[in-house]
Design a protein around this ligand. Structure first.
Ligand SMILES: NC(=O)c1ccc[n+]([C@@H]2O[C@H](COP(=O)([O-])OP(=O)(O)OC[C@H]3O[C@@H](n4cnc5c(N)ncnc54)[C@H](O)[C@@H]3O)[C@@H](O)[C@H]2O)c1
Length: 334
């Protein structure tokens, strides 16, 4: 199944819970005789020679006192995380969650994370903090650079799109993957596909909106820190050449605790056809939010590892389709 990716994570939230549990879920399926090339919910059974379950967690950072000091296996199920438990036997990881970099954190915190990444033999650092922490994203990216590891940015913060950072990673011979993952069957890809369909059929879109609600911490945070996510969701449509001036994005319209990690998204599109007569389309999408993320993170992490091992530095083009906001110029559009 290929040499396991040595992965460290910054932010031990629902994304990481879904990723870690999923790695063991799929390992169990294969061990029980399931065909590795027909796994449910998997697009790429192998990337390079790396299988879905070939990820070894070697480091973890968080600032939640309820998670720091715990083995990663226990930290992922510590509230407020509320991703469900998968039918998987997750063993003790022998990875204790270490204190992460704080917003007002000085050089010493970056140095401590860098040192830990080097000592654990990390190949890839996954950045999965709450949205809206640009400064922290830059500090973690710097720690990855200093440690000589690849960086994957799950969030809408400007990291791979920052020309200076991208060039630093390139010069250091390191892959930089970002920004903001486009979930497996997320609202962005559904919205984009529907708008493309209208265009193909000659219907003129006049207005559109997207409302997302959920009951995990991401939705609570996006209520107050949603601006970079709003821009990133528009980027996901602009990537396909869609005019976005009449489109309104609401990353979190409400935090609804009883939904837990389930997300409900409403997409509305208004248009006109022949004789300027109206066409109206409403779609309701319901998904397990963090499974939707992990199904793509598993590919981004393996792309980063393969690039690192092959000595391909900078942004790997193989990641474009899995991101809402890849660097300007990688797909010919802003
Ligand atoms: N479908 C999806 O779930 C999806 C899709 C695209 C992007 N994302 C983005 O991925 C990110 C993570 O999502 P999540 O659902 O796992 O969020 P989450 O809120 O469950 O987890 C975030 C974790 O980061 C920790 N954290 C906060 N500050 C920190 C710091 N300074 N250092 C280290 N850790 C810190 C929190 O304590 C928490 O454990 C979010 O920015 C989200 O918008 C998610």
């Amino acid at each position: 199944m290929g040499r396991a990716v040595r992965l460290s994570v910054a932010g031990v939230g629902n994304n990481v819970s879904a990723l870690l549990q999923g790695v063991y879920f799929y390992a169990d399926l294969v061990q029980n005789g399931h065909d590795e090339y027909k796994l449910p919910g998997i697009k790429n059974p192998r990337i390079g020679d790396i299988a879905v379950s070939a990820v070894k967690f070697v480091g973890a950072f968080d600032v939640d006192p309820g998670k720091i000091g715990k083995d990663l296996r226990d930290a992922i199920v510590t509230p407020p995380n509320n991703y469900p438990r998968l039918a998987a036997d997750v063993p003790v990881q022998d990875v204790l969650v270490e204190p992460g970099i704080e917003n007002d954190g000085g050089e010493s915190m970056v140095t401590a994370v860098t040192k830990s990444l080097i000592e654990s033999g990390t190949e890839v650092l996954l950045y999965s903090l709450p949205t809206g922490r640009q400064h922290l994203a830059e500090l973690y990216a710097r720690a990855a650079l200093d440690a000589g590891v690849a960086f994957v940015n799950c969030t809408p913060e400007n990291i791979a799109r920052d020309p200076a950072l991208l060039s630093d990673f390139q010069e250091a011979g390191l892959p930089l993957v970002g920004d903001d993952l486009a979930s497996h069957l997320g609202t962005s890809v559904v919205h984009r596909a529907l708008l493309q369909l209208l265009g193909e059929r000659g219907i003129t879109m006049t207005s559109s909106y997207q409302l997302n609600v959920g009951g995990n911490e991401d939705f609570r945070n996006l209520l107050v820190s949603g601006s970079s996510k709003r821009t990133s969701k528009l980027n996901a449509l602009a990537q396909a050449g869609i005019e976005t001036s009449n489109i309104v994005m609401v990353p979190s319209a409400a935090f609804i605790p009883h939904l837990g990690d389930r997300k409900v998204a409403m997409v509305n599109i208004e248009g006109v056809g022949w004789g300027q007569q109206t066409v109206s389309l409403d779609v309701l999408l319901k998904v397990q939010d963090s499974s939707n993320a992990a199904g793509v993170i598993i590919d981004l992490v393996r792309i980063a590892a393969v690039s690192l091992r092959e000595g391909t530095a900078g942004f790997p083009r193989a990641a474009i389709a899995m991101l809402k906001s890849p660097p300007i110029g990688t797909n010919g559009r802003a």
